[in-house]
Write a protein that binds this ligand. Structure first.
Ligand code: HEC
Ligand SMILES: [Cu+2]
Length: 349
């Protein structure tokens, strides 16, 4: 006697895979606060609303899954082929208005409810009004790093976005205009907000209203070229005092120290100046990140490596060493110039 296991086995596989995904998601949220980009530990308003919506959608889909799966198991077990089966066709039933109405109307209602819940969140996120204390930032995506302009404060930085924490009683959100210098990128810090694309010649917008200080990680979520995977994002949410302190520090021109004059000379007499800006010097290039306060960042090359003297040396000597495909050429300097240059770079506090 032949037994039919096909449908049961594939249903079981779907169930096991779903359980694995849910467990993984639960673990992701249980991991350290925000060192993995996870939508399951929101710390800012748009991310909160998206998180609650996704829980609602998952619960609805979970209920549908459990209902359908239980009916499937019940039917598979109850109506399985038995030893004493006479092999005749069972009675065929056709045309029950009640049953057909039920399986038409109930799914329509479910879809309408999911649609309305989603539309509500989209409206709340897209049509938000901004209070007077809003911080304005323009983020420009470049292959393969982020430029952050603070027009209200008059400075530019790269890769590590700083924003103030927002007090629910008097919110101080950050409004981010998104532009691209070359191709499509996507700004995604899951704990803070949904992802929004940066498109050449088209301005997109998004905002964050974080309610917990801390460092949040994200990345470019749109394939933008060979080093897309190393186009990481860091957002530092600070207390209003710390943020103010950081702004004042970023507004200062670069430190000019006689001790590193040799390195500054190397910088100013090589192609570095065509691609990088150091405020207060003749270097005004815009193709690469602003280096005025290079040492105030914890990483270099959009999170590709920690910002240490050793890594700066390796980077300038050959960017491809840890970010192959980066759009900065290896500068072919001799050891002495390289040492002097790194000393200068590390003085840029
Ligand atoms: C052709 C343009 C170009 C030239 C010339 C150039 N760079 Fe760059 N540089 C870039 C680009 C683009 C990046 C960003 C690479 C990335 O992260 O993918 C970069 C990144 C850097 C960084 C890391 C900054 C950060 O915050 O991540 C440093 C430091 C740096 N360059 C120093 C130099 C020095 C020193 C020179 C001269 C010896 C130089 N660069 C010459 C284009 C250039
Ligand atoms: Cu990108």
């Amino acid at each position: 006697m032949r037994r039919h296991f096909g449908p049961k086995i594939s249903a079981c596989a779907i169930f096991v895979i779903s359980c694995m995904c849910l467990t993984k998601a639960a673990f992701a949220s249980a991991l350290g606060p925000h060192d993995t980009p996870s939508i399951f530990s929101p710390a800012s308003t748009p991310a909160d609303s998206i998180y609650h919506l996704s829980l609602f959608v998952m619960a609805t889909c979970g209920a549908i899954f459990v209902t359908v799966f239980s009916l499937l198991v019940y039917s598979a077990v109850k109506f399985r082929r038995r030893v004493d089966d006479d092999g005749r066709e069972p009675a065929q039933i056709y045309g029950s208005n009640q049953v057909e109405l039920a399986w038409t109307v109930i799914p329509i209602l479910i879809v309408v409810v999911l649609f309305l819940a989603t539309a509500r969140v989209i409206h709340a996120v897209e049509d938000a009004r901004f209070p007077t204390g809003t911080t304005e930032v323009t983020a420009v995506g470049h292959q393969f790093w982020w430029e952050f302009q603070y027009p209200g404060y008059g400075f530019i930085t790269a890769n590590e976005l700083h924003v103030p924490v927002s007090d629910p009683k008097s919110p101080s959100p950050t409004h981010i205009k998104l532009l691209s210098a070359d191709t499509d990128h996507s700004f995604w810090v899951p704990a803070l907000a949904g992802k929004t694309d940066l498109i050449p010649n088209h301005q997109n917008e998004m905002w964050v209203d974080p309610h917990e200080t801390g460092t949040y990680v994200g990345q470019c979520a749109q394939y933008c070229g060979v080093e897309h995977a190393k186009m990481l994002l860091t957002v530092v949410v600070q207390s209003p005092e710390d943020f103010q302190h950081w702004v004042e520090q970023q507004q200062r021109p670069a430190v000019i120290s006689g001790q590193v004059a040799a390195g500054r000379h190397v910088f100013e007499t090589t192609a570095c100046v065509n691609c990088h800006t150091i405020q207060g010097t003749m270097a005004q290039g815009r193709f690469g990140p602003d280096l005025t306060h290079l040492m105030s960042r914890t990483t270099i090359a959009a999170g590709a490596a920690p910002n240490t003297a050793e890594n700066l040396r390796r980077w300038v000597n050959d960017p491809d060493a840890f970010k192959s495909g980066a759009l900065m050429p290896a500068m072919q300097l001799d050891q002495q110039d390289l040492d002097a240059l790194v000393a200068y770079l590390t003085s840029l506090q």
